[in-house]
Write a protein that binds this ligand. Structure first.
Ligand code: GDP
Length: 308
């Protein structure tokens, strides 16, 4: 079964680690969000692609959920001493990846090409494609004005009220090489348990991707990142409210209206089953919190078992 997974960062990475134990990773193409990408200290950083790559390559710092395990922060300390903004914590080994990526991009390589060489260096067996090689920048409207995504997420720790979310540059962007072809050739598409607005929203905002999801004969299955009335972690609830979506599995289904066939929800949300069915979405009820590796695998199994 050829699978495509649309992915953000932390929630997606855990799920994909489980999925890679259930299927042959060679059959999986991951389309990663680049709306969170940021330039800091002159370096181009792709946090979601790196989180997925580090996790599948076994390099992730599992305590933090981001960065490289055992990393040191000497450069950050030195940058702070030089008076630089250091709100975004970049470890020394992590920095090497950003230096490599930036140098390759400046040398004329595309983000897709650099991601392909990184995933080989990380020994990641599935394909990892950026949603686009063009710059799409997610921005958050707060009562104090618009913030770049990482200013809101990391510097302000998601505290400001979210009034709106925009994907700057999306309308002029093109899908990354291979993205449309992979969706059209897939037997199933999985939307990872990721923030529907800031992780999956930018992917769907790239012209052509939503249309390919409509067109593909593949069944589309999502895993709800909303459990028991709120996000398992992070600001998905606040962002869904700002975009007019109910903070529930029904709101998640509404964010994917038009192409969603199946939604994996937690036992805590069993009450949503009937309303999902009424909207043409088949519910799959399971234990959806990925507290252990076994739960990651079980969730991945639940997400794909009715798609064959
Ligand atoms: P980000 O870029 O780090 O925000 O990464 P994602 O968008 O991929 O993941 C964040 C989302 O994953 C949040 O909306 C969480 O609610 C969701 N999430 C995290 N852990 C779990 C889990 O164990 N189960 C489910 N169902 N969702 C989860």
């Amino acid at each position: 079964m050829k699978l495509v997974a649309l992915a953000g960062g932390t929630g997606a990475a855990k799920f994909l680690r489980g999925l890679c134990r259930v299927i042959d990773p060679a059959d999986l193409t991951i389309v990663g969000n680049t709306g969170d990408d940021v330039e800091l200290w002159g370096l181009y950083i792709s946090p979601d692609l790196d989180t997925v790559g580090y996790t599948l390559g076994g390099l992730i710092d599992e305590t933090k959920g981001w960065g490289v395990k055992g990393d040191t922060f000497q450069c950050r300390t030195a940058m702070a001493a030089l008076g630089n903004d250091t709100y975004f914590a970049l470890g020394d080994q992590d920095l090497a990846v950003h230096i490599y990526r930036t140098e390759q991009l400046r040398g004329g390589k595309s983000l897709s090409e650099v991601t392909e060489s990184l995933r080989n260096k990380w020994s990641v067996a599935c394909r990892l494609l950026p949603m686009s090689d063009d710059r799409v920048a997610t921005r958050i409207k707060t009562p104090g004005g618009w913030l770049a995504f990482q200013e809101y997420f990391v510097r302000e720790r998601c505290k400001p009220e979210v009034l709106d979310v925009a994907y700057d540059g999306a309308e002029r962007s093109h899908p990354g090489p291979g993205v449309i072809e992979a969706i059209l050739a897939a037997d199933a598409v999985i939307i990872c348990p990721s923030n529907p607005v800031s992780s999956i929203g930018p992917i769907l905002a790239v012209p052509g991707i939503r249309e390919a999801l409509d067109e593909t004969r593949a069944k589309v299955s999502a895993i709800s990142p909303i459990v028991g009335g709120g996000a398992v972690s992070g600001p998905a609830g606040d962002m869904m409210r700002a975009k007019g979506f109910e903070i529930s599995p029904l709101g998640v289904a509404a964010a994917y209206t038009g192409f969603l066939d199946q939604l994996v929800i937690d036992y805590a949300d069993e009450i949503s089953c009937e309303a999902l069915r009424a909207r043409g979405v088949a519910p799959v009820v399971t234990e959806s919190i990925m507290g252990t590796r076994e739960r990651e695998v079980a969730l991945a199994r639940a997400a794909i078992e009715r798609l064959g």
